[in-house]
Write a protein that binds this ligand. Structure first.
Ligand code: TRP
Length: 364
């Protein structure tokens, strides 16, 4: 279970927890840290756009990591970036449903509601206000060079690129810096935003005095899972297996997955990406090596591979799905949790904004 008392908060006067291996103390020399308002334990912040249910790619890519760090005693903040949904579309559809669905996915995956802070952008005005001074610290050219933003523009179906598309990485810096996060577990595509966040923190501190720590990126070590069509697993491509999917839906999706005609099963992600992906999925669910799984399947062919993968996914997700279904019975609990998370995020954001205004010489 947990190594920290569940009653301790970030403002607790307990001595700092021993630094987890992920964050060597040398990265945060005490002199670079503001004296006030440092959390007693390392703080993690990450989040997911509320555009649809989380799937197995999210689970093995980042959700498991977050839960592990939480269970090691780190203080977990989860932003549900509702404003960020508007970067590549005109309206944020079915927002309440998607936000509540994300909270359910988090709880299902093992996020501890008594310790984590789950909040939405739009409920935290002081966080949003940080965007303005932050934008003054970056150039238009820097915003325009961001490779992830460029890629999103290339794939966007919008007729025109909005100002939010260019500036959302600076807004994401506010997500991370308002709570002075130490560690941000994300996929590789988020690295440019983390780079910008560190730049903003450094420039702010140089210009106005030390307020922000330098957050570190924590990249997942799990290899990338593909969707059932052999391309990147994505909420919007209809090729993903949602955490909340039923066993029957899971079976149907895996039965329809692309494979090849070679009977002998092998793990060769380069040469046989689709077959290897099902082998990998089975291995991740069973906590084994994909080579071992492939060897065991031998000449079983795609039908056997699919049967084994389905069984492995459904067995691994069964407790998680049961937990999700239980929480889904009580949406008023989920809403209360969000209200509490928003209240906590507001407190933290107001404290940080007060420090920022003081550092900048704004009259109090
Ligand atoms: N950009 C992230 C995504 O598309 C979501 C996100 C918003 C985020 N704010 C964040 C991730 C802060 C980590 C930290 O998935």
């Amino acid at each position: 279970m947990t190594t920290m008392s569940t009653t301790s908060t970030t403002t607790s006067h307990l001595p700092p927890a021993a630094a987890p291996v992920a964050t060597p103390a040398k990265d945060h020399p005490a002199k670079d840290r503001p004296a006030k308002d440092r959390p007693a334990k390392n703080r993690i912040l990450t989040g997911d756009r509320p555009t649809g249910p989380l799937h197995l790619g999210h689970y093995f890519g980042t959700l498991q990591n977050r839960v592990r760090l939480q269970n090691e005693g780190m203080d977990l903040f989860l932003v549900i970036p509702d404003y960020q949904v508007l970067t590549d579309r005109d309206v944020a559809d079915r927002l309440t449903e998607h936000v509540e669905g994300l909270v359910l996915d988090y709880l299902a995956a093992g996020v501890d509601p008594s310790r984590a802070t789950i909040f939405t952008h739009s409920a935290v005005p002081a966080l949003n206000q940080l965007l303005l001074p932050f934008l003054s610290l970056v150039s238009v050219a820097e915003l325009g060079r961001n490779p992830t933003v460029k890629d999103e523009i290339a794939h966007s179906r919008q007729a025109a690129v909005s100002g939010l598309m260019f500036t959302y990485p600076a807004h994401q810096a506010a997500d991370i810096l308002f709570c002075k996060a130490d560690l941000v577990p994300v996929g590789k595509d988020q690295e440019p935003h983390l780079e910008l966040t560190r730049t903003i923190a450094r420039r702010f501190n140089e210009r106005y005095g030390p307020v922000f720590p330098q957050p570190r990126t924590l990249l997942s070590e799990a290899p990338l899972l593909l969707g059932t069509d052999g391309t990147k697993m994505s909420k919007s491509r209809g090729n993903s297996i949602a955490l909340r999917a039923s066993s029957d839906d899971t079976a149907r999706l895996i039965r329809g997955a692309k494979t090849d005609a070679v009977r002998r099963i092998s793990y060769d992600p380069e040469g046989r990406p689709e077959v290897s992906n099902l082998v990998l999925l089975t291995a991740l669910c069973q906590g084994r090596s994909p080579y071992e799984v492939a060897a065991e399947l031998g000449d079983g062919g795609a039908a056997r591979l699919k049967a084994v993968a389905t069984e492995a996914v459904n067995a691994h997700l069964a407790p998680l799905r049961a937990r999700r279904a239980e929480y889904a019975q009580d949406l008023s609990y989920v809403r209360g949790l969000l209200r509490a998370g928003n209240a906590r995020a507001n407190e933290v954001a107001e404290r940080t904004l007060a420090e920022v205004r003081e550092a900048m010489g704004s009259p109090s």
